[in-house]
Design a protein around this ligand. Sequence first.
Ligand code: GDP
Length: 228
Amino acid sequence: MSSPTSSSPDVPTLKLLLVGSSSVGKSSLLLRYTDDEYLNPEEASATIGVDYKVKSINVGGKRYKLSIWDTAGQERFRTLTSSYYRGAHGVIIVYDITSRESFDALPTWFKELDVFTGSSDVVKIVVGNKVDKEYSRVVMEDEGRKFAEERGCLFVECSAKKGVGVNGAFDDLVNQVISTPSLWQNTTGVRPGDRMPGGVPADHAATSSRGNVSLGDPTGYVRENCNC
Ligand code: GDP
């Protein structure tokens, strides 16, 4: 049996992305989903530079490999490149329910997604994070839901800190990706123009469940020179 992170053609690789303004909790959501962990704010800076994590899942008796990409803080510098988006099957667009600014930034993220993902099939979920801070809420749940509905997206509120709603958000996204086979079938994760099969460099995929390709490479988030 192949290992969960191998690039076996029998195991479709689904590439998921996290996008959204800085500090909305993207890295925290990723860590909660893949490791069921939450870092205290003082520890959180340690996640800077983590680009993706790989998780193996079973849906309906079939195995899938998820490569889930995090912006690793690069959104602060507006340097997300087309490579980040290329080959994505599903996108999690995150805002912070205590930050109006992060919610108001959503249309910009959608515009960027339209430009770079190029496929209307790409499944999107809008996620309002930090519901544990109900006392500081400035974006109502109905507003978030309405925004998502208007764009034909899934929607959920959650808390990476408390682990509320996080698995549900990823599960909803993955289930919809899987039920849209035209997105991923016959590709084993490779889509036209995708220079990194399944969004994961093969060398990393074979050895690691955690990627880190941007440390020491402040000029580009994803290896622009990768010929793999
Ligand atoms: P990113 O920049 O979008 O990746 O955000 P981070 O995951 O680095 O989180 C930014 C800050 O928000 C950190 O201080 C986290 O501890 C905090 N944070 C993330 N998720 C939650 C959450 O669900 N609730 C609360 N209260 N804080 C959170």
